[in-house]
Ligand binder design. Structure first.
Ligand code: SF4
Length: 349
């Protein structure tokens, strides 16, 4: 990388000032609001985050409110956003902030970086947007823009690229508007310099400075190393009713969807007879068994291919917790992977 042209700052900021998306966390960029929004936005689309952010701020408006909240409350507020380690880290960090910093986020990049769940991008975003510190915030979006501006063919996952881009942006960042500079880059990546070979160069304020555009290579950048194929996992999901109640189990405390409630399931795709047999061994007394529509859920590294059965039970087997359907939505954080099966109950309620 030869260096992003220092002249990008002025046209980028002028473009940002002329009109950018009206996002709830931009209206009042306190450190807490910037932090929570940035954690929510990791791996999640802006449009999906809006509602979550507003509900979160209504219920948990301060670091202290988050630190003192019950797990069920913050998990429920996060339900459907996925990557649940993010919300657990938010809570752990809030507790730490109350113990060590009087319930405030510190205005110091290194200290922010040491908080649970805070990486260089989030620390940079909070430091620059909320505290006005001249620190870059480089995520995948910004790396894409930088690789195209520079016509750089280094694979985007190569840590060298990120280090270089961070150093370049740190050097050219206007010290009077570091937060706006970072947000303008993010905005450009999200609305103009789009991913998957689809940059909208004709509307880009940096076109005259962009090597990717000038060389005709923008759409081919950034270079991505071939992805490892996702592991496929077959599961048989059980929507088990005892009277009007629904049986739930809790996932293990570590790994995928750690500690969340789920519909119980069995490994593999089992026939009705195999399912009856397997569950009888565990003491389940099944009165009725009906097939449900299959569903698929894609996580980062694994894909669940699920078939499902609706069961009516004559007993409440050990190890299951039973909940009334209206409480499922209100009190239990159930991953969206099970949404297709739960829709049977939602139709009913
Ligand atoms: Fe991206 Fe095109 Fe703008 Fe270059 S000119 S930064 S490739 S949108």
């Amino acid at each position: 990388m030869n260096g992003v042209c220092p002249a990008i700052a002025a046209p980028l900021l002028a473009w940002y000032d002329a009109g950018h998306r009206d996002l709830p966390w931009r209206a009042e960029p306190t450190p807490y609001r910037v932090w929570v929004s940035e954690i929510m936005l990791q791996q999640t689309r802006v449009e999906a985050v809006r509602g979550y952010f507003s509900r979160w701020m209504e219920r948990l408006p301060t670091v202290r409110a988050l630190a003192e909240a019950d797990e069920a409350v913050y998990m429920k507020l996060w339900e459907g956003l996925g990557y649940y380690s993010r919300v657990r880290n938010l809570h752990r960090a809030a507790v730490q902030l109350c113990e060590q910093y009087g319930g405030e986020l510190p205005g110091d990049y290194e200290t922010l970086l040491a908080l649970p769940g805070v990486g260089d991008y989030t620390a940079g975003a909070v430091a620059s947007i909320a505290f006005g510190l001249p620190v870059p915030a480089v995520d995948g979006n910004v790396l894409r823009v930088a690789a195209r501006l520079e016509g750089d063919f280094t694979p985007i996952t190569d840590p060298k690229l990120k280090r270089t881009v961070r150093a370049r942006f740190a050097a050219l960042m206007p010290h009077d508007r570091p937060g706006d500079f970072n947000q303008a880059l993010m905005e450009l990546g999200a609305t103009v310099c789009l991913p998957n070979g689809a940059p909208l160069c004709s509307g880009c304020p940096l076109r005259h400075l962009c090597l990717g555009y000038q060389n005709g290579t923008a759409a081919a950048l950034p270079v991505r190393a071939a992805k490892k194929a996702r592991r496929l996992e077959n599961r048989t999901v059980l929507l088990a009713r005892c009277g009007s109640l629904v049986g739930l189990s809790k996932r293990p405390g570590s790994g995928l969807l750690a500690g969340l409630w789920e519909l119980p399931s069995l490994p593999g795709h089992l026939t009705p007879d195999q399912t009856r047999e397997r569950l009888a061994e565990k003491g389940w007394q099944i009165d009725k068994l009906l097939s449900l529509r299959p569903a698929k859920h894609i996580f980062t590294h694994v894909e669940w291919h699920m078939i499902g059965y609706y069961l009516e039970l004559a007993n409440r087997p050990e190890g299951l917790t039973f909940a009334a359907p209206p409480d499922l939505r209100a009190d239990y954080a159930l991953p969206s992977a099970f949404r297709a099966f739960l829709s049977v109950i939602e139709e009913e309620t």
